[in-house]
Design a protein around this ligand. Structure first.
Ligand SMILES: C[S@@+](CC[C@H](N)C(=O)[O-])C[C@H]1O[C@@H](n2cnc3c(N)ncnc32)[C@H](O)[C@@H]1O
Length: 346
């Protein structure tokens, strides 16, 4: 998924740094015995990549779409047999959209319904509706297990995101259907990584404010990747929340926005206070924080705060950014920036 602040392309560097720092300081407790927590997990890419190597993962994000992804990628640990996956995916892909006129997505986010919003082609909006409804029905009938339910919802979110008619986020839709949005939705499986050697991992996934959750958990390694700027995720990904929740509400305005959570990490006058509170309450040996040099808090502020609670160090790497180009609907290389990993050892 093309996600604001995604650490996909930085994930190898982040994981190498975490592993190296942890191993150096803990020669007698291997990584495979640790509890790793990620509290601003988004797509969960860091936890996904560490999942095979640690004892337990605690993953959290404020947003419902992220919760669905994490329930699948992180909490699911036992393989769903391949024949079962093929069966479920084929069933959903073959559902007819002929009678689909009253689904929430088609009615509110496609133009054929008269909604004036063009987030999806008419057929794709109907397909999202028919699949979403069937997955819910299967859950209510116990036809799918809880892990299959989240596997299917995560698959739907990612498949729908691929054919959305946006420049990159859901804050606005494009006036004309772009090429990728003209393609038919293909419902594809969101395969999750498994723990190594059949290890019985009991991961936990939450949808809470990080500052609340931190008071209830403890572990060895904490990874934090809060928003850097004022862009609220709930507004930018509102449609993914709507597909995830599939509830009934009155979509607002031109873009059909729903009510959303406003993170204090996106507010200049609040971020320092909440960040310090989070660090103060963190019962973890190591804290790793991703935060670049263009964020609401500057490097000195972060250093000053983290320094109060243990020994602080900093790692950095140059990072080639990509930007969505609204005119040609393509990503292009933007200027290079520095990406930082702030490290605190208690
Ligand atoms: C920079 S993104 C994380 C990206 C993630 N590392 C990835 O690669 O996908 C920041 C995340 O923090 C979440 N968030 C913002 N405020 C939060 C809060 N107070 N508690 C928990 N999550 C929050 C957002 O929903 C968003 O997913």
């Amino acid at each position: 998924m093309n996600y604001i602040g995604s650490k996909l392309r930085l994930s190898d560097w982040i994981i190498e740094t975490i592993t190296e720092k942890y191993n150096k300081s803990n020669p007698s407790k291997p990584l495979s015995q640790t509890i790793f927590a990620e509290l601003f997990a988004g797509t969960g890419i860091i936890s996904r990549k560490l999942k095979p190597f640690v004892n337990q993962i605690i993953a959290n994000d404020l947003e419902p779409y992220s919760y669905v992804l994490l329930k699948n990628y992180i909490e699911n640990t036992k393989a769903i047999p391949n024949e079962r996956i093929v069966f479920l995916i084929e069933e959903l892909n073959s559902l007819s959209i002929k009678e689909q006129k009253d689904g929430f997505i088609y009615k509110n986010y496609c133009q054929g319904s008269g909604s004036k919003r063009l987030y999806f082609s008419d057929d794709n909006g109907k397909k999202i509706d028919v699949i979403r409804k069937k997955v819910e029905e299967w859950k209510l009938n116990n036809f799918v297990s809880q892990s299959e339910y989240f596997f299917l919802l995560a698959s739907l979110l990612e498949s729908a995101d691929k054919i959305a008619n946006t420049a990159s986020v859901y804050g606005a839709f494009l006036k004309q259907l772009k090429k990728s949005a003209q393609k038919n939705l293909v419902f594809s499986p969101a395969h999750f990584p498994k723990p190594q050697n059949g290890h019985n991992q009991e991961n936990q996934v939450f949808k809470e404010d990080a500052n609340e959750l931190i008071k209830k958990i403890k572990g060895d390694i904490l990874y934090l990747d809060p928003p850097y700027n004022a862009r609220q995720y709930g507004a930018n990904y509102h449609l993914l929340n709507t597909i995830a929740l599939y509830d009934n509400f009155e979509p607002k305005g031109k873009t059909g926005l729903r009510e959303y959570e406003r993170s204090k990490y996106c507010k200049k006058n609040e971020v320092e206070t909440v960040f310090e509170e989070l660090i103060k309450n963190a019962d973890f040996e190591f804290i790793f924080l991703s935060y670049n040099n263009e964020g609401l808090m500057n490097l000195e502020t972060i250093k000053r705060i983290m320094n109060k609670y243990g020994s602080y160090s900093l790692e950095k790497t140059e990072y080639q950014r990509f930007k969505a180009d609204k005119d040609i609907n393509r990503e292009h290389k933007a200027n290079a920036t520095m990406e930082y990993l702030h490290i605190l050892k208690r």
